[in-house]
Design a protein around this ligand. Structure first.
Ligand SMILES: Nc1ncnc2c1ncn2[C@@H]1O[C@H](COP(=O)(O)OP(=O)(O)O)[C@@H](O)[C@H]1O
Ligand SMILES: [Mg+2]
Length: 361
């Protein structure tokens, strides 16, 4: 092959939207195209000649390369997690095929890497939005069926209390009134799901909202021995959002964090970051996002509980409502954003809210 052919081939490889890694028959790296360099955070020059296992992030395909070099069959795997040292993990589809010479002898292998992170994130966001819609219609139905009888029960109980002959009867009537009020409060929370998808958008300073949230949380007795660190990214501009709902969202997350730390001396961290690399669709336009992290040093969320925490009414607390997280996610979804939780038992909990940076125009 002439050197201009080789240069042509390189520019073709670099133009591909998939990452390409070429290894020789001993598994040593020969070439990375531009997309592979981006995905793996490496450059062709620094890794050429090294065994494929030395390539950062190759955990998810190095074994496959060895198998293909050994038996010559192709391999395809979907949605593997590719760990990265300096950036967030990626989700990739991996295909490994043998590289044959003219006489069909094995000369090495080619790895194709397709970055699926965006597709996966989009699917998660869609599923979250679908859940919000279902919750909305459920909430409307429940509200209608339960509200009126509740008012009737409360009125009747008050009447009975007023006419009660003895203390015991009066206390029983008061108990009914109290419990009805508790159900009504729960219903109020839940009604938020049905109150339509209308956001009252206004330009706001996200950090001011977070400061307000922390001021409210500071009045909670659980906050007494908790120290709060704020790391706010000063490059975040004003954004269009619904301040009341954001406040509610972050109050729910902050309360969970305080409850998890149970008034022990511990730190609650609130961090914000403008992310130009992570974009979300807003009315057909891809806009940068703002990440707000709420991280606590509580006990974390056990795997056995993990799957259920987004289910309305699921709670592990004696007086919990089980609506804090589903509502928080609902508010994030209403803004076109998302809410993710990272938690390991014994290592605290990190909740990340991603909001699209809608600008006031
Ligand atoms: N920061 C956290 N640390 C540990 N567990 C948490 C945290 N946040 C939420 N959880 C778990 O998720 C469950 C649901 O949370 P939520 O929807 O806010 O309802 P509630 O707080 O009323 O229980 C909690 O009962 C708890 O088990
Ligand atoms: Mg809660």
């Amino acid at each position: 092959m002439s050197s201009s052919d080789a240069a042509d081939l390189r520019s073709v490889l670099d133009a591909l939207l998939d990452g390409v890694v070429v290894v020789d028959d001993e598994g040593a790296i020969r070439q990375l195209n531009a997309e592979a360099c981006r995905i793996l955070g490496s450059s062709s020059e620094t890794v050429r000649g090294r065994p494929v296992e030395h390539l950062p992030g190759s955990e998810c395909f190095a074994k496959g390369v060895r198998t293909v070099l050994a038996d010559g069959a192709s391999l395809v795997e979907h949605e593997l997690v590719l760990p990265r040292r300096f950036d967030g993990d990626l989700v990739v589809d991996v295909a490994v095929s043998p590289l044959l010479d003219d006489a069909s002898r094995r000369r090495g292998a080619v790895v194709l890497l397709r970055d699926r992170t965006l597709g996966t994130a989009l699917r998660t966001a869609l599923a979250e939005r679908a859940q919000s819609v279902v919750l909305g219609s459920m909430a409307a139905g429940i509200a209608h069926e339960v509200r009126n009888p509740l008012a009737g029960i409360r009125g009747a109980a008050e009447l009975l209390g007023a006419r009660a002959a003895g203390d015991r009867d009066r206390q029983a009537a008061q108990l009914i009134v109290r419990e009805v009020d508790r159900i009504a409060a729960l219903l109020d929370d839940f009604m938020v799901f049905s109150r339509g998808d209308l956001l009252r958008l206004a330009p706001l300073n996200l950090h001011r909202v977070l400061d307000d949230v922390l001021d409210v949380l500071a009045t909670d007795p659980l906050a007494a021995r908790v120290s709060v660190t704020r790391r706010f990214d000063p490059s975040i501009p004003e954004l269009l959002a619904d301040g009341d709902r954001l406040m509610q969202l972050f109050l729910n997350l902050g309360r969970n964090a305080l409850e998890a730390m149970e008034a022990r001396p511990a730190t609650l961290q609130i961090r914000t970051r403008l992310r130009l690399d992570h974009r979300l669709d807003v009315d057909g336009e891809r806009v940068a996002t703002v990440a707000v992290d709420v991280e606590d040093e509580g006990p974390g969320i056990p795997d056995s509980v993990r799957e259920q925490i987004m289910t309305p009414f699921f709670t592990t607390k004696r007086s919990g409502t089980g609506l804090g997280l589903p509502l928080a996610r609902h508010f994030a979804a209403l803004h076109g954003g998302s809410l993710q939780i990272e938690s390991k038992e014994g290592h605290g909990t990190l909740v990340r809210v991603s909001l699209p940076l809608r600008r006031a125009s």
